[in-house]
Design a protein around this ligand. Structure first.
Ligand SMILES: Cc1ncc(COP(=O)(O)O)c(C=O)c1O
Length: 363
């Protein structure tokens, strides 16, 4: 059959025909090859520059039963997460990254025509997954210091509004939303999803409040603090009835055994991981000071493992491209909500040194 309109294209859901692909970050070998460099300093994905706990590598090497399907009810995983979070396993479900949980939450609540509140600039997965569910995104932009506009959200609610996403700390701005503001949203009765992918770097959480409210969800990730981005594992803390429904609609074996083994080994070695988080926090301060000392950049205070900078002299894309030629990869933004800005993940001290030296040459 041909690929014109008489072909299979016409069978694709009409609302997905024009869907824009999510803009993902690419692996080091791909970005290195494209930029023509052999050494890559990767500061574009908010990944952990120290990698995972060494106990993870040992546990993965020794695990004897990769030929057996994983537990669809995630019993061991949920028990270990329950001990880590301090909340009963009946409230917890794990996903292939918190990305999968964003998707599952929207599949559970959103029917075509329903609305999801998005506070731009923020994590792009919320509108992307909303589109795939046939929902529509109501954007309530953050203010000039990236604070969530609580009154604006309340004004924009209508009978089709089902879900409100708040990333706290927010990506890419790195700031937290005060708990009282979030509680004001919880009182609206909509599903409020607080995305705490960077919790271990901020220390601020609403997870203990989930058991008191039927419409509050907290999402977390092991991608960042635990260095498991490549194994795809995150989790949500849900009201018990919602957790049950998410378990019902998810793919039965969504957590693969390698991710399970890695999660269990990580949660048995939180002392080591806390040590790497502390190194990142120290480096965050040093990087912030060094960026502040440059004439051309204005870093924004962060509670996360990355720093957003406004480019005050020059053009973000030019700086991004100049760094890329030197093998240093960061993110740049130039949209109405995020003009002429760069986002830089906190790396190891030697990454900071290389970045600052390169910025001094380029800017
Ligand atoms: C705010 C936010 N939420 C969720 C995620 C996705 O995390 P995961 O790797 O667990 O899917 C990210 C990743 O960058 C993020 O920035």
């Amino acid at each position: 059959m041909s690929s014109d309109n008489g072909g299979i294209d016409r069978l694709i859901r009409r609302d997905l025909q024009g869907l824009k692909a999510y803009q993902p970050i690419e692996p080091p070998e791909v970005i290195g090859e494209r930029a023509g460099v052999s050494e890559v300093i990767k500061l574009d994905g908010n990944e952990n520059p120290y990698g995972c706990s060494p106990t993870v590598s040992r546990a993965l090497a020794e695990y004897p039963r990769y030929h057996i399907y994983p537990d669809p009810e995630q019993r061991e995983v949920r028990k270990a997460l329950s001990a880590y979070v301090g909340i009963d396993p009946g409230h917890i479900v794990a996903g292939a990254g918190s990305d999968e949980l964003i998707d599952l939450i929207l599949r559970l609540f959103i029917e075509p025509g329903d609305e999801v509140i998005n506070c731009s600039p923020t994590f792009g997965m919320y509108p992307f997954c909303t589109d795939i569910c046939g929902g529509s995104t109501a954007d309530v932009p953050r203010d000039s210091s990236y604070a969530v506009d609580i009154a604006g959200i309340k004004r924009s609610l209508n009978r089709r509004t089902k879900v409100i996403f708040i990333a706290s700390p927010n990506n890419p701005s790195g700031n937290l939303t005060p708990p009282n503001d979030i509680m004001e949203l919880v009182e609206t009765g909509r599903v409020v999803v607080v995305d705490e992918a960077y919790y271990e770097f901020s220390g601020a959480t609403l997870a203990p409040h989930v058991t008191e409210h039927g419409n509050l969800i907290v999402l977390r990730s092991l991608s960042k603090w635990a260095g498991l981005a490549g194994l795809r594992i995150g989790y949500g803390v849900f009201p018990a009835t919602v957790a049950q429904k998410i378990l019902t609609i998810k793919q039965p074996y969504n957590i693969n055994i390698a991710a399970q083994v890695a999660l269990l080994a990580s949660l048995a070695d939180t002392g080591y991981l806390q040590g790497t988080v502390e190194k990142i926090l120290l480096e965050r301060e040093r990087l912030f000071e060094k960026l502040s000392a440059l004439d051309s950049l204005k870093p924004f205070p962060t509670q996360s493992n990355f720093i957003l900078c406004e480019v005050t002299k020059g053009v973000a894309k030019t700086i991004h491209d100049g760094l890329r030629k030197k093998g240093i990869f960061i993110r740049y933004f130039d949209s109405p909500r995020l003009e002429n800005s760069l986002r830089i993940s906190v790396g190891r001290p030697e990454h900071t040194d290389a970045l600052i030296a390169a910025l001094k040459q380029i800017c």
